[in-house]
Write a protein that binds this ligand. Structure first.
Ligand code: MGD
Ligand code: MGD
Ligand code: SF4
Ligand code: MO
Length: 688
């Protein structure tokens, strides 16, 4: 039973939903400390009262009957015993000391999942890794966000935020905010009502694509070529901002050379997008001001993802859309007190540091997609223990069979989660985590809404389990690192973090709408230059060249494609894209939440009826989907929204884990991201 705050009467609390980056303002009604109702907060300046089905289901999440309530220790395969917190911490401390003594501190990996993205507790987790002495701290950034973030930073110093509300031309490039971040879709709809144009680049006819001015429906994985095809038109028709290009970019001449071979006709052959549409989209984008491009996860989850993100950054730059109202806003996040400290004792490089040096330089993190090589083969040394906080690698990391084999062979696997997950089942110890309603967080609106405003996500209830913040602080103290973890509680820690802004927890608490920490200023580069090595927009990146990577945003075919691997394509003729978001689920989360499960009760493999007919497959039939990595079974659902040569499989389902099909061998060479969106696969009928 959830412990209650010492308050028996009914009260309404305003806070912010911590599930996705939409960060919707919510009003919770509590009676005797128990949530009785949840509504969107009409006064929230960014979300204006909107909440999605996941926000509405918060009560079901908090009071789910299968929430973990006590630390669980595995006593035999499949057999768990409740243990006390005291015993749980004693076990962890002794195991961590043993690992360090026997194999060195780098033998411990710590991974924080999507749950920790832009969350306060992640900073403490990283600090813990540093004081323990391991360079192997990783995050969902091994396959999310960081690739485009690095690409934009290398090109012009920052990942910008699209200013939808003031834009006249919005490009959703492999991004579907209607499902992934609905409050942003609300802003896009407002802009469209005012006349803003919309271009959607997506292999599927999403509702946004259906209503768009132009929909470019490309072959998954060919986005880089499409971007170069658009640049060809912009360069050849001289639709770029000549003054900006002359004054603020380096390497434009080399770009002119590069795009020469991407004529609309050649680009059509590579991408399947009709040449006339490429020309039309390039002209609309370049001739409408202000404009911006939102790159989605689909670009990053390709073997050419990093360079594609560079090409899109350059498209925005040469058309004069950087750091202007309605364009690509440069809004750095709030500067809070740093928790970073140098890694103690580390003598060995992080996993992935050698293979992906640019990724490591920009993130200072390990690349989790190749942990399995270290665990299973000792390449370049053995990881022996792992702490997984708020992630479900067995269902979310590429090449799941290898992930499972690797995690099963660790000497220590500790998982911190609300529920027993597929990954938890492999662990020695699973700890119950409180939800975000039980801890304190901050919402920085800079990246989602382009506003330098900070607000408090206040603690609302005494939730089951331990908060992630508490776990890392408690563990650090029990390991003897109190000097680095001196905060007695979360509020004191928040006050420490807020100091540089001259703010405190109490001030944020009293100001529900939050504080604007910096006024808006356009074209900051005119005063200070771009935050790149040259101070300019680096179309040509010497830094990438020095590391041995393509210095220009070159297009290279997916590692697996009918063009790169025709022999594989003979056996696996379909292009497989996995993991497009649905509104009710969040990766592997919420299949156990009734109201959300009802929205999509089972995993469905989307197949075009024309292709199905060729293969003698019926709508609703269960088939095998196979790739070079493995095979899963899934029910077919017909859809005419995409090219018959493509199939779509969801991710996050335990009984039909599409990451059994995905690859962790041929990764993006710069970021190490996996190609979850462009692989080769086949469908096999199950004979009865
Ligand atoms: N095939 C394929 N795979 C993909 C993707 C894809 O598109 N296709 N997308 C990738 C992307 S972009 C991402 S970001 C990753 C995400 O991958 P993960 O980070 O592994 O994501 P989740 O499945 O959401 O796992 C989060 C876990 O944290 C738990 N949790 C929720 N809140 C809390 C909390 O406050 N504290 C703690 N301790 N636990 C909590 C949940 O119950 C859940 O088990 O998946 C990647 N995997
Ligand atoms: N409800 C919900 N919201 C989420 C999440 C969730 O799991 N559930 N996850 C969150 C996370 S961590 C992330 S990273 C974001 C991701 O958010 P998005 O980037 O919007 O992710 P998707 O919906 O997976 O993909 C967007 C679109 O890309 C298209 N697509 C597929 N392959 C390709 C391709 O090769 N090229 C192009 N151009 N498009 C392609 C798909 O058809 C889809 O319509 O969502 C976040 N929000
Ligand atoms: S869109 Fe839904 S999940 Fe995301 S913050 Fe808003 S209510 Fe929460
Ligand atoms: Mo993500």
């Amino acid at each position: 039973m959830i412990a209650m705050l010492n308050n028996c009467e009914t009260r309404t609390i305003k806070t912010i939903c911590g599930i996705c980056n939409g960060a919707c303002g919510i009003c919770l009604e509590l009676s005797g400390g128990v949530i009785t109702s949840i509504k969107g907060d009409q006064d929230d300046p960014f979300t204006n009262g909107y909440i999605c089905p996941k926000g509405k289901a918060l009560k079901e999440l908090v009071y789910a009957p299968d929430r973990l309530t006590k630390p669980l220790k595995k006593v035999a395969p499949g057999e768990w015993r409740d243990i006390s917190w005291e015993d749980a911490f004693a076990y962890i401390v002794s195991k961590l000391k043993e690992l360090k003594l026997n194999y060195g501190p780098e033998s411990l990996a710590i991974h924080v999942g999507q749950t920790g993205v832009r969350k306060e507790f992640t900073n403490y987790l990283e600090r813990f890794a540093a004081v323990y002495g391991t360079p192997n701290c990783s995050s969902a950034g091994s396959h999310c966000h960081i690739s485009k973030s690095m690409a934009n930073e290398i090109t012009y110093g920052i990942l910008p935020a699209a200013d939808y509300l003031n834009s006249n031309c919005i490009v959703l490039w492999g991004y579907n905010p209607a499902n992934a971040c609905p409050p942003q879709m609300n802003n896009i709809n407002k802009a469209r009502a005012r006349g803003a144009r919309l271009i959607v680049v997506d292999p599927t006819v999403t509702p946004a694509a259906l209503s768009a001015d132009i929909h470019l429906q490309q072959r998954p994985g060919s986005d880089g070529a499409l971007a170069l095809g658009m640049l060809y038109v912009i360069v050849n028709e001289e639709l770029y901002d000549k003054n900006f290009v002359a004054e603020w970019t380096i390497g434009f001449d080399k770009l002119q050379e590069l795009v020469k071979e991407y004529t609309p006709e050649i680009t059509e052959k590579i991408t399947w997008v009709p040449a006339a549409k490429i020309v039309e989209a390039a002209r609309l984008f370049a001739q409408t001001s202000p404009a911006n491009i939102s790159p989605g996860i689909s670009l990053e989850l390709q073997t050419n993802g990093f360079q594609t993100a560079r090409a899109l950054a350059i498209l925005q730059a040469v058309t004069g859309n950087l750091d202007i109202t309605g364009g690509a806003l440069f809004v750095p996040p709030a500067k809070l007190s740093s928790l970073e400290i140098p890694i103690k004792e580390a003598k060995k490089p992080a996993i992935g540091e050698k293979e992906f040096p640019v990724f490591h330089k920009y993130t200072k993190r390990a690349q989790a997609n190749i942990y399995y090589k270290s665990i299973l083969k000792g390449d370049p040394y053995h990881i022996k223990g792992m702490i997984v906080d708020g992630s479900n690698p067995v269902l979310t990391w590429p090449n799941a069979s290898k992930v499972k084999e690797a995690l099963s062979s660790l000497e220590l696997l500790l998982v911190i989660d609300h529920f027993m997950t597929e990954t938890g089942r492999l662990a020695d110890l699973v700890l119950p985590a409180a939800t975000f309603l039980g801890r304190y967080e901050l919402r920085d609106a800079s990246s989602t809404y382009g506003v330098q405003g900070i607000s408090l996500i206040d603690k609302v209830l005494e939730d089951e389990g331990i908060t992630d913040w508490k776990f890392w602080n408690e563990l650090a103290r029990r390991m003897g690192h109190e000097e680095h973890f001196p905060w007695p509680n979360e509020v004191d820690a928040l006050n420490f973090r807020l100091k540089p802004l001259g703010l405190s927890y109490d001030q944020l608490k009293d100001n529900g709408l939050g504080y604007v920490y910096s006024e808006k200023e356009e074209k900051k580069y005119e005063k200070a230059g771009f935050k790149t090595l040259s101070g300019k927009v680096e179309i040509f990146s010497q830094e990438l060249a020095d590391y041995g990577f393509d210095p220009l945003p070159v297009y290279r075919e997916p590692g697996e494609s009918p063009l790169t691997s025709p022999q594989v394509a003979e056996k696996y003729p379909l292009i497989l894209s996995t993991g497009a978001r649905t509104i009710g689920y969040y990766h592997s989360r919420y299949r156990n939440i009734e109201s959300l499960r009802k929205l999509l009760p089972e995993p469905l493999l989307l197949v075009h009826p024309a292709k199905a007919e060729e293969m003698g497959i019926c709508d609703g039939e269960t088939v095998k989907v196979e790739s070079m990595r493995g095979s899963i079974e899934m029910k077919v659902s017909f859809s005419t929204k995409f090219d018959p040569r493509v199939i779509f499989a969801p991710h996050g389902w335990d009984k039909a884990n599409s990451n059994i099909l995905t690859d962790s061998e041929v990764l993006d060479p710069v970021s190490g991201f996996p190609p979850d969106r462009a692989l080769l696969a086949r469908i096999v009928k199950i004979e009865k």
